[in-house]
Design a protein around this ligand. Sequence first.
Ligand code: ADP
Length: 480
Amino acid sequence: MDKTINNKPKIKYSVRLKFVTTFFAFIALLLILLNTYPLMVSRDLVFTSKQKTLQSQAMVISSSLSALETLTVGDVEKVMELLDIMPLTRVIVTDNTGKVLYDTSNVDTAVGRYALFSEISRALSGDVVFFSRFADGAFMSRTAMPVVSHSTIIGSIYLYEYDKQQGEIIIGIQSRLGSISFVVSALSLLLVLFLTNALTRRITEIVRAVRIVSEGEYSYRMPVKGNDELAELSWEFNALTDRLENTEELRRRFVSDASHELKTPLAAIRLLGDSIVQSDNMDEDTMREFVADIGNEAERLRRITEKLLALTRLDEGKQAERSAVDVKKVVESTMHLLAPLAEKWNVKLEKNLSDNCFIYAAEDDIYQVVFNLAENGIKYNLPGGTVRILLYTAEDKVFLIVDDTGIGIPEEDRPYVFSRFYRVDKARSREAGGSGLGLSIVHDAVRFHGGTVEIQSREAGGTRFRVCFPLYKPGEEQEK
Ligand code: ADP
């Protein structure tokens, strides 16, 4: 049998490596999200709240100043003193030319100078401007808006806030998320290493077991641990090894039995040959007798090898050409063939065969079944006995009954008679030219065609074999 076995793959990326890298890529992605998304959201929330508060403050100042016709340093200072606004880093008020009238900066007051902030020039052209950014752990927000009186821009307001407190909260969250991420990564690494270790250790055990068994130690069994898929795999492996061990045992026994069977006639031929060669003046009759014996032994060898070949063919499951076989015809021609043997053993052959007993099978296999059963019925009969063959259909089955009035098969031997080389009475089997393979062929051929064979007890003594085949349905060959 030709089987192509692919080259054994070299392990380049182990399951553990694949598992760890995939897991880590996933964890890294998760941690990146955890470390960026909440921060982005909270920063945006702070930006929005800053915009709201700064602009509402600017509105308060702007509406208070818009009561004035024109803005002067003194007027603006007065209004600003009266206003109750939140503490801001810097508040600037300019007139409509951009000249600073009021500035809360105590580091570098710009009063009297022209403000160069772009926000102020945009506010003077009528825009409301807001910018906020988060840098160096602080929120820096600025807003500017025009001061409008009677639909004319009379100045602008600029507010600036440097908020370290909110920044610190964000930095705190950031560092806490960082620590959590570190702990999560470390724990995940430990967990994934532990899990993959446990997994690969068990896979390695299975691979080792497969190797041991493939090297020929069929008695090796794996310990089945746990109740997961790997435990199931170990169990299936053990079941497979059981079957392998049985098959191997059967094969070994078959080879040894077959050699033994072949050895006996070969030894007899050798002995008879030697006797002829070594005796100087052997009379012609003895010589003839010896040569005839050699012929008989050679015939026995032929029978054994033929049966061995039939069994091997059935073992391999090779499909011989199938057709609708008329079992009645097969039985009749077999009985015709066996008539001389029946006469020799003084056994009567009887038949009761129905028509239309067709089965879809290889004719030669059916012939083997009928021949071996009928031949056994004759060989293991008593002088004056009978072999009766019945053939009939019932429901969608064909029944073949081979009934004899012979020596019978003891109850305790019945489970074994279909085994190869099993004989109940060795001496009688040999004397009758048996090989111990006939019933094995019957069994395998019947099973090969989807049938069953069983031994039934006979009240009157003797043996009854009942074979059952599925009845042929016209058109069945197209289905196969
Ligand atoms: P063999 O070639 O020895 O006949 P078989 O496989 O045909 O081998 O049968 C196995 C054994 O079963 C025989 O050796 C014989 O002891 C027993 N046997 C088979 N058929 C019968 C039968 N009809 N009556 C009694 N014994 C039988």
